[in-house]
Structures are given as structure tokens and as C-alpha cells.
Ligand binder design. Sequence first.
Ligand SMILES: Cc1cc2nc3c(=O)[nH]c(=O)nc-3n(C[C@H](O)[C@H](O)[C@H](O)COP(=O)(O)O)c2cc1C
Length: 191
Amino acid sequence: MPYSQAVELLLARHATPAKYLAEPAPQGEHLDLILQAAMSAPDHGGLQPWRFLLVRGAALAHLGELFAESLHRRQPEASFEQLERERDKPTRSPLLILLIFNPQASANVPEWEQMMSLGAAAEHMQLMAQALGYGSVWLSGQRCADSWLTHQLGLEENERLYGYLAMGTPSTDCTGKVRGNPWDVVREWAG
Ligand SMILES: Cc1cc2nc3c(=O)[nH]c(=O)nc-3n(C[C@H](O)[C@H](O)[C@H](O)COP(=O)(O)O)c2cc1C
């Protein structure tokens, strides 16, 4: 259900496991809004050190083939069941947004700041998706660091795959997660 209050949305952000992300996936105006939300992430120098690949429809199964091949290359001893599980992963949700870190040369903005910007951009997309009634989860795994796989996906040498957002319409209610008390990790610094 869409949130009307930004305060409520921020406090209630939560992941929805990929297997509970069903059709319909965001598309059209909703997808535009989700991608637009990434662009308002804090971004020192306005470098936009990111780009995104959308994977949906038949391409999900194709990505699954690449995931399985990647696992086989990394772990030749992987069992048939492990390879099948890996092959199935991208097909559990109707839309994936691959998060590509595209660092920009800058004298003032070190790479770690640019990485943080990509993280913020990803969470902005998750928040917008939730505001529009969709669910999402940020996923990664060792496959993301596999240069064979990233090459297949068309990433440049300097680019990194920092995971992907799986998105869709929640088929079950994943709200109500109990969160920590911020004051456990906050102290006053008095100089
Ligand atoms: C960069 C990044 C990578 C992640 N990769 C995975 C992953 O591969 N598998 C997984 O189960 N959760 C992964 N997570 C965690 C989930 O996205 C999610 O945050 C977690 O299940 C906790 O749920 P919550 O977001 O509702 O607190 C990752 C989170 C981040 C920020």
C-alpha cells in the first residue's frame, strides 16, 4: 500500500525477499520515478558515479545462465543443485536493477565518497519503490566480483557491479520489522 507520509515511509523501509516479489514490476511512470529518485542522492561534485542496467522479461533467464556459468567457473566442483539454484536466482522477481559503480576521476572526491553516493542512490530507489507500493531487496554475492561475469554484462574495466535491486509487487506482508534503538550507538561529543 502506498505511503502518504514521508516520515512513516522512512521509518518503515524494509526489504522484501526476492521470492515474494511478484508481477507487476514497476514500469512506465513508476519506473521513471524510481530512477529519478537515484538522481537526488547526495553526490559530491555532481559526478553521478553510477549507471544502472534494467533486467526484465526474457533477459532474466539469460542472466540466470550467466550466473550459473560464473559459479561453474569459480567453483568447478559446484553440484548440479547449486548450479540450478544460481540459475534460478534472477528469475525470482520480475525486475532487476543492476547497480554499476562508475567512478569518475576527481581531485576532490575520493573513490570512497563516490561509492557512498551509489549506496545512497540505491536506497533512494528502494524508498521510492516502497512509496509507490512495490517491494525490493538489495542483493549481491561473490558473483558480483567476478570479472568474467561483469565483462559479459558489458562493464568497463574500471566499473564494478555493487549488487542489484530485485523489485516487484510484494506477495506477502514483510512490514513490521523491529529495528534497533539509535541511542545505543549515539553519544554526545562535548569536545
Ligand atoms: C550492498 C548490499 C548487499 C547485500 N547483499 C545481500 C545478499 O546478497 N543477500 C541477502 O540476503 N541480503 C543482502 N543484503 C541485505 C538485504 O538487502 C537487506 O537489507 C537485509 O535482508 C535486511 O533487510 P532490511 O533491508 O529490511 O533491513 C545486502 C545489502 C546491501 C546494502
